[in-house]
Design a protein around this ligand. Sequence first.
Ligand SMILES: Cc1ncc(COP(=O)(O)O)c(C=O)c1O
Length: 479
Amino acid sequence: MSKWNITFAKIFCIKLNQKSDIQKDSIERVDLAHNDFFEYLRKNEYARLDEHQHTYLDYTGGGLYAKSQIESHFKLLTQNILGNPHSTNPSSLLATQLVAEARQKVLDFFNAKEYYSIFTQNASNALKIIGECYPFNTNSHFMLLADNHNSVNGIREFCLSKGGKVTYAPIYFENLRMDENFVQSRLENNEEFEDKLFAFPAQSNVSGVKHDLKWIKIAQDKGWDVLLDAAAFVPSNKLDLSLYHPDFVCVSFYKIFGYPTGLGCLLVKKDKFEKLHKPWFAGGTVSFVSVNALHYSLIGNHERFEDGTLNYLDIPAIKTGLDYIESIGIDKINERVATLRSYLCKALTELKHDNGKEVVKISGPTDNRNVGGTMILSFYNVDGKRYDFEEIELLANKINISSRSGCFCNPGIDETNSCLTAEEISKYYTSNSSGTYEYKDMERFFGRMRGATRISVGIATTQKDLDVFVNFVKSLLNK
Ligand SMILES: Cc1ncc(COP(=O)(O)O)c(C=O)c1O
């Protein structure tokens, strides 16, 4: 650990005590110790939630930072002089060192010895690098799951503009999981294509479904490159890149530990690095440029894709954040999130209007198998009429619940959920000459509602938060 690092002494201490308790006591005691630990974190690191009586249930939107992360970073900034990296002056050298430490921490955290770690603004920016630099051409095939964030969907435009083929692999209406037969058959029989890229999220940012990482190797064995969107997965799951070897991986750090925003990374497997063709150069990315002869040479490592001055004041906070997560243990966070999700799932499915009709419906899996701490909900009144998601959000806002609603930048889930066909959507799109596409207008055209309410749990969630939400749903009963 560098001298600028915080020590999470209190947390380590609790962890050790907990271990000895676990060894001594029964299985039931393990769960209790577990809860005590997270209650401790809530009180000491996230006290602002209770001070504001705030029920935060939007962890897939953004994680929350711990108090100690901010204190540590504040100390770093107020006690040191940091200058623009890549010079030999002392302020620059310190910034260079801290950026290098953060980069190494990212590689260690994901066990990514075979990868370059490229700092980006966020996951979307990492994905844009792939869109711009993957060698799409008339012999390319880009296959992606219908369950993808728009920042992955948008890559198709790079492929299409270069004359490549795009295929969406569907998900099932019933459980929002991948249609494995479709994927298997499309991964095969594609010998005529030279550059084939398969993209899927390790975890859906909407349904919470974890798509099986076995598809990485299956696709690669058939000659595909694999882009894994790990943005919604890594806040509560271990991604070990010595076990799985996707060619490209994107993450956003604020989703894992809340602070800083504005930083993500693209992990590129070293043996695929030269396959990405950067179409331009910028400051910090070149080892040689001439203006007289128009020659240039790009740097042969992560720096090639880090345009201009790095966010050197915030990058050191990535190491602080990852140290914090490690001090708790990602497996422990995983277990906690799974417990919270199943608690919420059970409580919600038990709620019914007195006439037996459901007040809330969970779309996607309710069996808690291979699913993370995210779920989408639709609400119904006593007559079975669906509420607008805006109405639910307004009601939740009034009692200080942070949920999220809409379609969450993932139109594939919403189209599957709403059973919208390609023909219907094309008809709406081509009949609308105004060029503006309003949700309400779309709903009128399709004659059905779209969107949902999303609830996501995370590191600082307690049972009390879930009870507040369940009581909120209860307030809709028999109305
Ligand atoms: C699965 C997934 N991919 C990509 C993104 C884009 O992340 P960002 O907005 O940080 O670029 C998100 C954001 O919610 C996401 O959940």
